[in-house]
Write a protein that binds this ligand. Structure first.
Ligand code: GSH
Length: 202
C-alpha cells in the first residue's frame, strides 16, 4: 500500500498507525504547497487536493480517521481498538471521531487566523474566540486523562493517535494553553513511542 504524506500534516496519523501495526508501506512525501497538492496528477488521485491519501490495491481513501478505521479493521487484528462487543468500543469511536470532527475545528481556525493566512486576511478576534473554545475542549480532555492513562482506558488505542496528533500540532505552533497537567503527561507518554518518533520525523 502507498501513503501520500506531508510532513507534520494529518497524514502523520496514518503513518503513526502503520508503524504501530508494523505494516509494509510505500511512502510518498509531498511538499505542503499547491504546486504538489493541486497538480493535475495529484488531483486525479484525490480531487480534494489534500493529504492523507492511502492507496491499497483497488482502495483509495482520503480521510485520516476513515483510513485509520479501515487499517484497523482490515489489518489490525484485535490491536489498538477495544473488542467490538465491549462498552469501551463505543468510547473508542467517540474519541476517535472527536479528534477530527470536533477538536480540529477550532485548531484550524486558530492556526489560520494566527499563523497561516496572509497578515491582511487574519482575524485576531476569530483566533481568540477559537482559542477559548479550544481551551474548554482541552480542559475536558485533561479531566478525562486524570482518570486513566489513555483516552479509552489504560490501554493505548488509535484514538490516542488521532487526538495526539491534534495536540502535537498545538505544541508545534506554541498554541497549547498552560496547565493541563494530565494531558501533557499523556502526550509525553505518546511521544516516547518509537512509532510516534518515526512518524513525526518523516
Ligand atoms: N478531514 C481530513 C482533512 C484533510 C486535510 O485538511 N489535510 C490538510 C493537511 S493537514 C491538507 O492537505 N491541506 C492542503 C489544502 O487544503 O490545500 C482528514 O482528516 O484527513
Amino acid at each position: 500500500m502507498k501513503l501520500y504524506h506531508v510532513s507534520k500534516s494529518r497524514s502523520t496519523r496514518v503513518l503513526w498507525l502503520l508503524e504501530e501495526l508494523g505494516l509494509d508501506y510505500e511512502l510518498e512525501t509531498l511538499p505542503f504547497d499547491p504546486g504538489a497538492l493541486k497538480s493535475p496528477d495529484y488531483l486525479a488521485i484525490n480531487p480534494f487536493g489534500k493529504v492523507p491519501v492511502l492507496v491499497d490495491g483497488p482502495v483509495t481513501m482520503s480521510e485520516s480517521v476513515a483510513i485509520i478505521q479501515y487499517l484497523l479493521d482490515r489489518y489490525g487484528g484485535d490491536r489498538l481498538q477495544p473488542d467490538r462487543e465491549s462498552p469501551e468500543y463505543a468510547r473508542f469511536l467517540q474519541w476517535l471521531h472527536f479528534g477530527e470532527s470536533t477538536l480540529m475545528g477550532p485548531i484550524a481556525a486558530v492556526l489560520a487566523n494566527a499563523h497561516f493566512l496572509p497578515q491582511e486576511e487574519r482575524d485576531p478576534r476569530a483566533a481568540e474566540r477559537n482559542r477559548r473554545t479550544l481551551k474548554g475542549y482541552l480542559e475536558i480532555l485533561d479531566e478525562e486523562l486524570g482518570r486513566h492513562a489513555y483516552l479509552v482506558g489504560d490501554e493505548f488505542t488509535a484514538a490516542d493517535i488521532v487526538v495526539g496528533y491534534a495536540v502535537l500540532l498545538l505544541k508545534l505552533f506554541r498554541e497549547l494553553p498552560d496547565g493541563l497537567p494530565n494531558l501533557r503527561a499523556w502526550f509525553e507518554r505518546l511521544a516516547e513511542r518509537p512509532a510516534f518518533k518515526k512518524a513525526t520525523a518523516a
